[in-house]
Unconditional design. Structure first.
Lengths: 251, 247
Protein backbone atom coordinates (compact mmCIF):
# COMPACT_ATOMS: atom_id res chain seq x y z
CA UNK A 1 0.00 0.00 0.00
CA UNK A 2 1.17 3.52 -0.77
CA UNK A 3 2.13 5.50 2.31
CA UNK A 4 -0.17 8.28 3.38
CA UNK A 5 2.59 10.85 2.93
CA UNK A 6 4.71 10.53 -0.15
CA UNK A 7 6.21 13.88 -1.01
CA UNK A 8 6.81 14.82 -4.63
CA UNK A 9 9.13 17.43 -6.04
CA UNK A 10 6.15 19.72 -6.33
CA UNK A 11 6.33 20.09 -2.57
CA UNK A 12 8.40 23.21 -1.91
CA UNK A 13 10.32 21.43 0.85
CA UNK A 14 11.26 18.56 -1.45
CA UNK A 15 11.91 20.57 -4.57
CA UNK A 16 15.53 19.54 -5.11
CA UNK A 17 15.38 16.33 -3.15
CA UNK A 18 15.72 12.79 -4.40
CA UNK A 19 12.15 11.77 -3.63
CA UNK A 20 12.65 8.41 -5.35
CA UNK A 21 15.15 7.53 -2.64
CA UNK A 22 12.28 7.50 -0.15
CA UNK A 23 11.21 4.08 -1.40
CA UNK A 24 14.16 2.73 0.59
CA UNK A 25 12.73 4.22 3.72
CA UNK A 26 10.61 2.36 6.21
CA UNK A 27 7.50 4.45 5.75
CA UNK A 28 6.43 3.86 9.28
CA UNK A 29 9.32 6.08 10.37
CA UNK A 30 8.62 8.90 7.97
CA UNK A 31 6.71 10.98 10.47
CA UNK A 32 9.08 10.24 13.32
CA UNK A 33 9.95 13.69 14.53
CA UNK A 34 12.34 14.06 17.40
CA UNK A 35 11.42 16.81 19.83
CA UNK A 36 14.01 18.92 21.57
CA UNK A 37 12.80 21.35 24.20
CA UNK A 38 15.32 23.78 25.55
CA UNK A 39 13.91 25.31 28.74
CA UNK A 40 14.13 29.04 29.41
CA UNK A 41 17.67 30.13 30.15
CA UNK A 42 19.16 26.73 29.32
CA UNK A 43 21.72 25.83 26.66
CA UNK A 44 21.71 22.83 24.38
CA UNK A 45 24.29 21.71 21.86
CA UNK A 46 24.30 18.66 19.61
CA UNK A 47 26.32 17.37 16.71
CA UNK A 48 24.72 15.23 14.03
CA UNK A 49 26.66 13.02 11.66
CA UNK A 50 25.22 11.15 8.69
CA UNK A 51 27.61 8.64 7.15
CA UNK A 52 27.34 5.52 5.00
CA UNK A 53 26.86 5.25 1.28
CA UNK A 54 23.44 3.84 0.62
CA UNK A 55 19.82 4.12 1.62
CA UNK A 56 17.98 7.10 2.93
CA UNK A 57 18.86 8.80 6.15
CA UNK A 58 16.22 11.21 7.28
CA UNK A 59 16.57 13.17 10.51
CA UNK A 60 13.61 15.31 11.49
CA UNK A 61 13.93 17.55 14.49
CA UNK A 62 11.44 19.85 16.13
CA UNK A 63 13.15 22.31 18.42
CA UNK A 64 11.52 24.64 20.92
CA UNK A 65 13.84 27.20 22.44
CA UNK A 66 12.54 28.89 25.56
CA UNK A 67 12.99 32.46 26.69
CA UNK A 68 16.64 33.48 26.72
CA UNK A 69 17.69 29.89 25.92
CA UNK A 70 20.21 28.80 23.36
CA UNK A 71 20.28 25.84 21.01
CA UNK A 72 23.22 24.94 18.81
CA UNK A 73 23.12 22.24 16.18
CA UNK A 74 26.04 21.22 14.02
CA UNK A 75 25.89 18.62 11.31
CA UNK A 76 27.98 16.70 8.84
CA UNK A 77 25.67 15.38 6.16
CA UNK A 78 27.75 12.94 4.15
CA UNK A 79 25.71 9.76 3.96
CA UNK A 80 22.92 8.01 2.18
CA UNK A 81 21.72 8.11 -1.38
CA UNK A 82 19.57 10.78 0.23
CA UNK A 83 20.80 12.32 3.45
CA UNK A 84 18.39 14.89 4.78
CA UNK A 85 18.33 16.87 7.98
CA UNK A 86 15.14 18.78 8.59
CA UNK A 87 14.90 21.18 11.49
CA UNK A 88 11.87 23.13 12.59
CA UNK A 89 12.65 25.71 15.22
CA UNK A 90 10.47 27.95 17.35
CA UNK A 91 12.19 30.76 19.20
CA UNK A 92 10.82 32.45 22.29
CA UNK A 93 11.83 35.92 23.43
CA UNK A 94 15.57 36.55 23.45
CA UNK A 95 16.38 32.97 22.44
CA UNK A 96 19.17 32.01 20.06
CA UNK A 97 19.43 29.28 17.44
CA UNK A 98 22.78 28.44 15.90
CA UNK A 99 23.13 26.05 12.99
CA UNK A 100 26.36 25.03 11.27
CA UNK A 101 26.27 22.29 8.68
CA UNK A 102 28.22 20.83 5.80
CA UNK A 103 26.96 18.64 3.00
CA UNK A 104 29.38 16.46 1.05
CA UNK A 105 28.83 13.90 -1.64
CA UNK A 106 29.62 12.48 -5.06
CA UNK A 107 28.09 9.70 -7.12
CA UNK A 108 24.38 10.30 -7.52
CA UNK A 109 23.82 11.29 -3.93
CA UNK A 110 21.71 14.13 -2.60
CA UNK A 111 22.50 15.65 0.76
CA UNK A 112 20.40 18.44 2.10
CA UNK A 113 19.41 20.64 4.97
CA UNK A 114 15.91 21.97 5.30
CA UNK A 115 15.37 24.44 8.09
CA UNK A 116 12.37 26.42 9.16
CA UNK A 117 13.09 28.94 11.85
CA UNK A 118 10.18 30.76 13.40
CA UNK A 119 10.87 33.93 15.33
CA UNK A 120 7.65 33.93 17.35
CA UNK A 121 8.62 36.55 19.93
CA UNK A 122 10.76 39.68 20.10
CA UNK A 123 14.51 39.87 20.46
CA UNK A 124 15.44 36.36 19.33
CA UNK A 125 18.41 35.68 17.12
CA UNK A 126 19.35 32.92 14.72
CA UNK A 127 22.41 32.22 12.64
CA UNK A 128 22.82 29.50 10.02
CA UNK A 129 25.98 28.68 8.12
CA UNK A 130 26.03 25.93 5.52
CA UNK A 131 28.96 24.82 3.37
CA UNK A 132 28.63 22.25 0.61
CA UNK A 133 31.24 20.37 -1.38
CA UNK A 134 30.05 18.07 -4.16
CA UNK A 135 31.58 16.13 -7.01
CA UNK A 136 30.59 13.58 -9.70
CA UNK A 137 26.83 14.05 -10.02
CA UNK A 138 26.35 14.82 -6.35
CA UNK A 139 23.84 17.42 -5.22
CA UNK A 140 23.80 19.63 -2.14
CA UNK A 141 20.76 21.62 -1.06
CA UNK A 142 19.97 24.17 1.57
CA UNK A 143 16.35 25.21 1.91
CA UNK A 144 16.13 27.73 4.67
CA UNK A 145 12.95 29.41 5.68
CA UNK A 146 12.79 32.18 8.27
CA UNK A 147 9.44 33.40 9.59
CA UNK A 148 9.30 36.55 11.64
CA UNK A 149 5.87 37.28 13.12
CA UNK A 150 4.50 40.77 13.51
CA UNK A 151 5.40 41.03 17.21
CA UNK A 152 8.92 39.71 16.86
CA UNK A 153 10.64 43.10 16.81
CA UNK A 154 14.44 43.26 17.18
CA UNK A 155 14.81 39.89 15.52
CA UNK A 156 18.25 39.25 14.11
CA UNK A 157 18.39 36.33 11.69
CA UNK A 158 21.07 35.33 9.25
CA UNK A 159 21.69 32.63 6.69
CA UNK A 160 24.91 32.01 4.81
CA UNK A 161 25.35 29.33 2.17
CA UNK A 162 28.38 28.59 0.03
CA UNK A 163 28.92 25.65 -2.25
CA UNK A 164 32.03 24.36 -3.94
CA UNK A 165 31.60 22.12 -6.96
CA UNK A 166 34.68 20.09 -7.80
CA UNK A 167 33.61 19.14 -11.32
CA UNK A 168 30.96 19.74 -13.94
CA UNK A 169 27.89 17.65 -13.22
CA UNK A 170 27.82 18.33 -9.50
CA UNK A 171 25.18 20.78 -8.38
CA UNK A 172 24.01 22.86 -5.47
CA UNK A 173 20.70 24.58 -4.77
CA UNK A 174 19.97 27.29 -2.26
CA UNK A 175 16.46 28.39 -1.46
CA UNK A 176 16.35 31.15 1.09
CA UNK A 177 12.81 32.03 2.05
CA UNK A 178 12.27 34.94 4.37
CA UNK A 179 8.80 35.91 5.51
CA UNK A 180 9.00 38.98 7.67
CA UNK A 181 6.00 40.67 9.24
CA UNK A 182 7.79 42.82 11.82
CA UNK A 183 9.40 46.11 10.79
CA UNK A 184 12.30 46.51 13.21
CA UNK A 185 14.38 43.46 12.33
CA UNK A 186 17.70 42.50 10.80
CA UNK A 187 17.60 39.59 8.41
CA UNK A 188 20.23 38.67 5.91
CA UNK A 189 21.01 35.81 3.63
CA UNK A 190 23.71 35.06 1.13
CA UNK A 191 24.34 32.21 -1.26
CA UNK A 192 27.19 31.50 -3.65
CA UNK A 193 28.07 28.50 -5.76
CA UNK A 194 31.48 28.21 -7.33
CA UNK A 195 34.66 26.29 -8.03
CA UNK A 196 37.96 26.26 -6.23
CA UNK A 197 39.69 29.62 -6.47
CA UNK A 198 42.23 29.14 -9.27
CA UNK A 199 44.03 32.38 -8.46
CA UNK A 200 44.60 31.12 -4.93
CA UNK A 201 45.76 27.76 -6.23
CA UNK A 202 48.35 29.34 -8.53
CA UNK A 203 49.50 31.61 -5.73
CA UNK A 204 49.97 28.58 -3.49
CA UNK A 205 51.74 26.66 -6.28
CA UNK A 206 54.08 29.61 -6.80
CA UNK A 207 55.12 29.16 -3.17
CA UNK A 208 55.80 25.46 -3.68
CA UNK A 209 52.51 23.91 -2.60
CA UNK A 210 51.49 21.07 -4.95
CA UNK A 211 47.92 21.05 -6.38
CA UNK A 212 46.67 18.16 -4.20
CA UNK A 213 47.77 19.99 -1.06
CA UNK A 214 46.38 23.38 -2.09
CA UNK A 215 43.03 21.74 -2.81
CA UNK A 216 43.06 20.19 0.65
CA UNK A 217 43.99 23.44 2.39
CA UNK A 218 41.32 25.40 0.53
CA UNK A 219 38.56 22.84 1.12
CA UNK A 220 39.51 22.53 4.78
CA UNK A 221 39.33 26.31 5.22
CA UNK A 222 36.04 26.41 3.35
CA UNK A 223 34.37 23.74 5.50
CA UNK A 224 35.73 25.11 8.76
CA UNK A 225 33.46 28.15 8.40
CA UNK A 226 30.46 26.01 9.34
CA UNK A 227 31.94 25.07 12.71
CA UNK A 228 33.54 28.35 13.77
CA UNK A 229 30.88 28.95 16.40
CA UNK A 230 31.21 25.47 17.93
CA UNK A 231 33.12 26.16 21.11
CA UNK A 232 34.07 22.61 22.01
CA UNK A 233 37.37 22.29 20.19
CA UNK A 234 37.45 18.48 20.29
CA UNK A 235 33.98 18.28 18.75
CA UNK A 236 34.92 20.90 16.18
CA UNK A 237 37.95 18.83 15.15
CA UNK A 238 35.90 15.63 15.10
CA UNK A 239 33.29 17.11 12.75
CA UNK A 240 35.92 18.57 10.46
CA UNK A 241 37.83 15.28 10.35
CA UNK A 242 34.59 13.41 9.60
CA UNK A 243 33.85 15.82 6.77
CA UNK A 244 37.36 15.51 5.37
CA UNK A 245 37.19 11.73 5.58
CA UNK A 246 34.07 11.83 3.42
CA UNK A 247 36.09 13.70 0.82
CA UNK A 248 38.69 10.94 0.64
CA UNK A 249 41.60 11.89 -1.60
CA UNK A 250 39.97 15.16 -2.48
CA UNK A 251 40.89 16.74 0.82
CA UNK B 1 71.22 30.80 -13.29
CA UNK B 2 68.39 31.89 -15.59
CA UNK B 3 68.66 31.86 -19.35
CA UNK B 4 65.75 32.95 -21.51
CA UNK B 5 66.14 32.35 -25.21
CA UNK B 6 63.87 33.67 -27.95
CA UNK B 7 60.80 33.44 -25.73
CA UNK B 8 57.43 33.81 -27.42
CA UNK B 9 54.24 33.61 -25.39
CA UNK B 10 50.58 34.35 -25.81
CA UNK B 11 47.66 34.95 -23.51
CA UNK B 12 44.15 34.19 -24.71
CA UNK B 13 45.36 33.96 -28.31
CA UNK B 14 47.16 37.32 -28.19
CA UNK B 15 50.90 37.30 -28.75
CA UNK B 16 52.58 39.20 -25.89
CA UNK B 17 56.21 38.11 -25.82
CA UNK B 18 58.02 38.25 -29.16
CA UNK B 19 61.46 36.73 -28.93
CA UNK B 20 62.70 37.78 -25.53
CA UNK B 21 66.32 37.03 -24.61
CA UNK B 22 67.72 37.48 -21.12
CA UNK B 23 70.46 35.94 -19.04
CA UNK B 24 70.75 36.41 -15.29
CA UNK B 25 73.76 35.03 -13.42
CA UNK B 26 74.16 34.30 -9.73
CA UNK B 27 74.98 37.41 -7.73
CA UNK B 28 73.27 39.79 -10.16
CA UNK B 29 70.31 42.11 -9.83
CA UNK B 30 68.49 42.89 -13.05
CA UNK B 31 65.69 45.38 -13.54
CA UNK B 32 63.14 45.21 -16.31
CA UNK B 33 61.36 48.44 -17.07
CA UNK B 34 58.90 49.29 -19.75
CA UNK B 35 55.61 50.93 -20.59
CA UNK B 36 52.20 49.47 -19.83
CA UNK B 37 51.39 46.54 -22.05
CA UNK B 38 55.02 45.81 -22.90
CA UNK B 39 54.72 42.30 -21.47
CA UNK B 40 56.41 42.74 -18.08
CA UNK B 41 53.81 40.91 -16.01
CA UNK B 42 53.38 38.31 -18.73
CA UNK B 43 57.09 37.55 -18.46
CA UNK B 44 56.73 37.08 -14.70
CA UNK B 45 53.71 34.80 -15.06
CA UNK B 46 55.32 32.75 -17.84
CA UNK B 47 58.35 32.20 -15.60
CA UNK B 48 56.05 31.23 -12.74
CA UNK B 49 54.01 28.90 -14.95
CA UNK B 50 50.59 30.47 -14.58
CA UNK B 51 47.85 28.54 -16.43
CA UNK B 52 46.67 30.40 -19.52
CA UNK B 53 50.10 31.82 -20.35
CA UNK B 54 51.16 29.73 -23.28
CA UNK B 55 54.72 29.55 -24.55
CA UNK B 56 54.68 29.21 -28.33
CA UNK B 57 58.42 29.30 -28.98
CA UNK B 58 61.79 29.62 -27.27
CA UNK B 59 63.24 28.14 -24.12
CA UNK B 60 63.97 28.98 -20.50
CA UNK B 61 66.55 27.19 -18.42
CA UNK B 62 66.83 27.71 -14.68
CA UNK B 63 69.48 26.12 -12.50
CA UNK B 64 70.42 24.02 -15.53
CA UNK B 65 66.91 22.61 -15.95
CA UNK B 66 64.15 23.19 -18.48
CA UNK B 67 61.92 25.55 -16.53
CA UNK B 68 59.01 25.38 -18.97
CA UNK B 69 58.76 21.63 -18.51
CA UNK B 70 58.01 21.98 -14.79
CA UNK B 71 54.81 22.59 -12.85
CA UNK B 72 54.59 25.85 -10.89
CA UNK B 73 55.23 24.19 -7.52
CA UNK B 74 58.27 22.36 -8.92
CA UNK B 75 59.70 25.67 -10.13
CA UNK B 76 59.29 27.06 -6.63
CA UNK B 77 60.99 24.04 -5.09
CA UNK B 78 63.89 24.51 -7.49
CA UNK B 79 64.37 28.00 -6.09
CA UNK B 80 62.20 30.36 -8.13
CA UNK B 81 60.16 32.93 -6.22
CA UNK B 82 57.49 34.98 -7.95
CA UNK B 83 56.54 38.16 -6.12
CA UNK B 84 52.99 39.05 -7.13
CA UNK B 85 51.86 42.47 -8.22
CA UNK B 86 48.50 41.63 -6.66
CA UNK B 87 49.05 39.09 -3.86
CA UNK B 88 46.05 36.79 -3.48
CA UNK B 89 43.86 36.62 -0.39
CA UNK B 90 43.24 33.16 1.04
CA UNK B 91 40.47 33.21 3.66
CA UNK B 92 40.71 30.52 6.32
CA UNK B 93 44.43 29.81 5.85
CA UNK B 94 46.84 31.65 8.14
CA UNK B 95 50.17 33.01 6.89
CA UNK B 96 51.97 30.76 9.36
CA UNK B 97 50.18 27.63 8.16
CA UNK B 98 50.51 28.61 4.50
CA UNK B 99 54.23 29.30 4.71
CA UNK B 100 55.04 26.27 6.79
CA UNK B 101 53.18 24.04 4.32
CA UNK B 102 54.96 25.78 1.44
CA UNK B 103 58.42 25.55 2.97
CA UNK B 104 58.00 21.93 3.98
CA UNK B 105 56.55 20.98 0.58
CA UNK B 106 59.63 22.54 -1.02
CA UNK B 107 61.96 20.79 1.42
CA UNK B 108 60.22 17.48 0.83
CA UNK B 109 60.63 17.72 -2.93
CA UNK B 110 64.32 18.47 -2.38
CA UNK B 111 64.64 15.42 -0.14
CA UNK B 112 65.11 17.47 3.03
CA UNK B 113 63.51 16.91 6.42
CA UNK B 114 60.53 19.11 7.32
CA UNK B 115 61.14 22.03 9.66
CA UNK B 116 59.64 21.65 13.14
CA UNK B 117 56.97 24.10 14.28
CA UNK B 118 59.43 25.72 16.69
CA UNK B 119 62.19 26.15 14.14
CA UNK B 120 59.72 27.47 11.62
CA UNK B 121 58.38 30.11 13.99
CA UNK B 122 61.91 31.20 14.82
CA UNK B 123 62.66 31.65 11.12
CA UNK B 124 59.37 33.46 10.51
CA UNK B 125 59.98 35.82 13.45
CA UNK B 126 63.44 36.69 12.16
CA UNK B 127 62.25 37.47 8.61
CA UNK B 128 59.17 39.35 9.79
CA UNK B 129 61.41 41.56 11.92
CA UNK B 130 63.54 42.39 8.86
CA UNK B 131 60.43 43.75 7.16
CA UNK B 132 59.21 45.38 10.38
CA UNK B 133 56.14 43.21 10.33
CA UNK B 134 54.34 42.18 13.50
CA UNK B 135 54.16 38.41 14.13
CA UNK B 136 50.49 38.95 14.93
CA UNK B 137 49.97 39.78 11.26
CA UNK B 138 51.46 36.45 10.26
CA UNK B 139 48.91 34.68 12.41
CA UNK B 140 46.13 36.27 10.39
CA UNK B 141 44.79 34.77 7.16
CA UNK B 142 46.92 35.14 4.05
CA UNK B 143 46.61 38.74 2.82
CA UNK B 144 43.03 39.02 4.11
CA UNK B 145 42.39 42.56 5.28
CA UNK B 146 45.99 43.61 4.55
CA UNK B 147 46.52 47.03 2.99
CA UNK B 148 48.33 47.23 -0.34
CA UNK B 149 51.62 48.04 1.39
CA UNK B 150 51.18 45.27 3.96
CA UNK B 151 50.60 42.74 1.20
CA UNK B 152 53.87 43.71 -0.47
CA UNK B 153 55.78 43.52 2.80
CA UNK B 154 54.19 40.13 3.47
CA UNK B 155 55.44 39.00 0.04
CA UNK B 156 58.96 39.89 1.10
CA UNK B 157 58.57 38.04 4.41
CA UNK B 158 57.47 35.02 2.37
CA UNK B 159 60.55 35.39 0.19
CA UNK B 160 62.78 35.56 3.24
CA UNK B 161 61.27 32.43 4.77
CA UNK B 162 61.35 30.39 1.55
CA UNK B 163 64.91 31.49 0.73
CA UNK B 164 64.77 31.20 -3.08
CA UNK B 165 67.74 31.21 -5.44
CA UNK B 166 66.05 33.68 -7.69
CA UNK B 167 63.32 36.21 -7.03
CA UNK B 168 61.21 37.59 -9.87
CA UNK B 169 59.45 40.56 -8.32
CA UNK B 170 56.53 41.92 -10.33
CA UNK B 171 55.95 45.56 -9.40
CA UNK B 172 56.68 44.92 -5.77
CA UNK B 173 57.11 48.69 -5.42
CA UNK B 174 53.62 49.61 -6.56
CA UNK B 175 51.32 50.71 -3.78
CA UNK B 176 54.16 51.43 -1.35
CA UNK B 177 54.67 54.75 0.40
CA UNK B 178 58.20 56.15 0.71
CA UNK B 179 58.97 54.55 4.08
CA UNK B 180 57.58 51.17 3.07
CA UNK B 181 59.55 51.34 -0.18
CA UNK B 182 62.74 51.78 1.84
CA UNK B 183 61.84 48.85 4.13
CA UNK B 184 61.02 46.57 1.18
CA UNK B 185 64.14 47.64 -0.71
CA UNK B 186 66.37 47.03 2.30
CA UNK B 187 64.66 43.67 2.75
CA UNK B 188 65.48 42.67 -0.82
CA UNK B 189 69.09 43.75 -0.35
CA UNK B 190 69.61 41.87 2.89
CA UNK B 191 67.79 38.69 1.89
CA UNK B 192 68.49 38.30 -1.78
CA UNK B 193 71.75 40.18 -2.50
CA UNK B 194 74.17 37.28 -2.25
CA UNK B 195 76.76 35.60 -4.47
CA UNK B 196 74.53 32.53 -4.94
CA UNK B 197 71.25 34.41 -5.44
CA UNK B 198 69.74 36.67 -8.06
CA UNK B 199 66.89 39.13 -8.50
CA UNK B 200 64.78 40.17 -11.46
CA UNK B 201 62.93 43.36 -10.57
CA UNK B 202 60.02 44.31 -12.76
CA UNK B 203 59.09 47.92 -12.23
CA UNK B 204 57.66 51.07 -13.77
CA UNK B 205 59.64 53.50 -11.72
CA UNK B 206 63.18 54.26 -10.70
CA UNK B 207 62.33 54.80 -7.01
CA UNK B 208 62.91 51.19 -5.94
CA UNK B 209 66.13 51.09 -7.97
CA UNK B 210 67.55 53.89 -5.82
CA UNK B 211 67.44 51.44 -2.90
CA UNK B 212 68.09 48.16 -4.71
CA UNK B 213 70.86 49.12 -7.12
CA UNK B 214 70.59 46.98 -10.26
CA UNK B 215 73.61 45.69 -12.11
CA UNK B 216 71.67 45.72 -15.36
CA UNK B 217 68.60 47.57 -16.55
CA UNK B 218 66.61 46.30 -19.52
CA UNK B 219 63.88 48.08 -21.41
CA UNK B 220 61.03 45.84 -22.50
CA UNK B 221 58.83 47.04 -25.36
CA UNK B 222 56.38 45.11 -27.51
CA UNK B 223 57.40 41.82 -25.98
CA UNK B 224 61.16 41.98 -26.35
CA UNK B 225 64.18 43.61 -24.77
CA UNK B 226 65.03 46.65 -26.85
CA UNK B 227 67.80 48.17 -24.76
CA UNK B 228 70.14 47.09 -21.99
CA UNK B 229 72.35 49.24 -19.83
CA UNK B 230 73.59 49.85 -16.30
CA UNK B 231 71.83 51.52 -13.38
CA UNK B 232 72.15 54.88 -15.14
CA UNK B 233 69.74 53.72 -17.85
CA UNK B 234 66.94 53.82 -15.29
CA UNK B 235 67.78 57.45 -14.57
CA UNK B 236 67.71 58.31 -18.26
CA UNK B 237 64.36 56.53 -18.63
CA UNK B 238 62.93 58.44 -15.73
CA UNK B 239 63.89 61.80 -17.21
CA UNK B 240 63.33 61.15 -20.90
CA UNK B 241 60.53 58.55 -20.97
CA UNK B 242 60.33 55.14 -22.60
CA UNK B 243 59.44 56.34 -26.04
CA UNK B 244 62.57 58.42 -26.49
CA UNK B 245 64.91 55.77 -25.08
CA UNK B 246 63.38 52.71 -26.68
CA UNK B 247 63.01 54.25 -30.13
Amino acid sequence: MEPALAPTRRDEDWRYSDVNALVDLDHGTFENWRDIDVAAGESFCECIVIEGDSGTDLRRLRVKIGEGARCELFAVNAGGRLGRVEVVVRLAQGAHFEFGGVTLGGGNTTREFVTRVAHDEPGATSNQTVRSVHWDSGTGNFLGRIDVVRDAQKTNAGQDFKALLLNKGASANAVPQLEIFADDVKCNHGATVGQLDEAARFYMAARGIPPELSQKLLIRAFLADAFVTLENEAERDRLLETALAALGDRA
Amino acid sequence: MLKIDNLHAEVGGTQILNGLDLEVNAGEVHAIMGPNGAGKSTLAYVLGGRPGYEVTDGSVSFMGKDLLDMDPHERAALGLFLGFQYPVEIPGVSNVQFLREALNAQRKSRGEEPLSAGDFLKLAREKAALLQMDMEMLKRNVNVGFSGGEKKRAEMVQMGILGPKMAVLDETDSGLDIDALRIVGDGINSMQRAPDKAVLLITHYQRLLDVVKPDFVHVLAKGRIVKTGGADLAVTLESEGYEAVAA
